[in-house]
Design a protein around this ligand. Sequence first.
Ligand code: NAP
Length: 269
Amino acid sequence: MVTHPTPPPTPPQTALITGASSGIGKALAHQFARDGYHLVLAARSVAKLQALADELQQRFKVVVTVIGADLETNDGAAQLHADIQARGIVLSALVNNAGFGAFGEFKDSALPSDLAMMQLNMNTVVVLTKLFLPDLLATRGKILNTASTAAFQPGPYMAVYYATKSFVLSFSEAIASELEDTGVTVTALCPGPTASGFQDKAELGNSALVKGKNLPTSEAVAALGYRAMQRGQRVYIPGFMNWALAQSMRFTPRNLATKVVKLLTRPVA
Ligand SMILES: NC(=O)c1ccc[n+]([C@@H]2O[C@H](COP(=O)([O-])OP(=O)(O)OC[C@H]3O[C@@H](n4cnc5c(N)ncnc54)[C@H](OP(=O)(O)O)[C@@H]3O)[C@@H](O)[C@H]2O)c1
């Protein structure tokens, strides 16, 4: 009789998901839990996170830790890292997903709001990636950063938001290259407009980008993004039209691309 050695048990894997209280982050939490990952869920809405944690623990028998964190403050990301370390949790996946946008002309937006967006969408991504990289190198882990199709060109009426997402895409691709021989993969998920809490928060109701449009669900986008992360794909754009538009931007003169986005995003009655 041929005997096969028993494979060593896989150590439990833990993923941190920022912005897990709604939308794409919440849907990503379901994807990870279904695959047996333990989770750390972070956002400001602790009651929503706790309800999600209870559901995932019951359905998938995984350990879920909830941490209230305001990641648009200067030290929010470092505090979150310290809190996770103090609990003795070692990450094998980091999901930088928390983010927000704002619709309107740059001249009309409040500077503190612009700066908070930059802090959350960019600085927090860099700080968490820097501080958790030793864990991820030790576990040959995965990084999933939620960028956007906004990353591929300038965005009139959402100028700061588009610029933050260009940053996330560029940063993700660059560190993916640096880390290519370490076993750590980095995936930039670049969704187009997706049904979530994002539109209300961004006050996008009057933008041609979403008005009257049938948007894909957060669940569909998260499922595709999760699979791209598991494959180690560096850049993933869900949806053929989103992909085609992003590709076409590579060959379009910058000023023309900007005009197209202005038209697509413009305020409509
Ligand atoms: N929906 C779209 O059309 C779309 C398209 C492309 C990319 N994205 C990106 O997808 C990501 C997720 O957004 P979503 O669409 O799922 O929108 P969402 O439903 O509004 O979710 C945003 C998440 O970010 C968290 N968040 C916001 N401010 C935070 C803060 N100061 N500290 C900690 N967490 C904070 C929110 O939690 P709390 O409010 O509880 O803190 C929430 O969990 C964002 O990075 C967004 O830019 C969205």
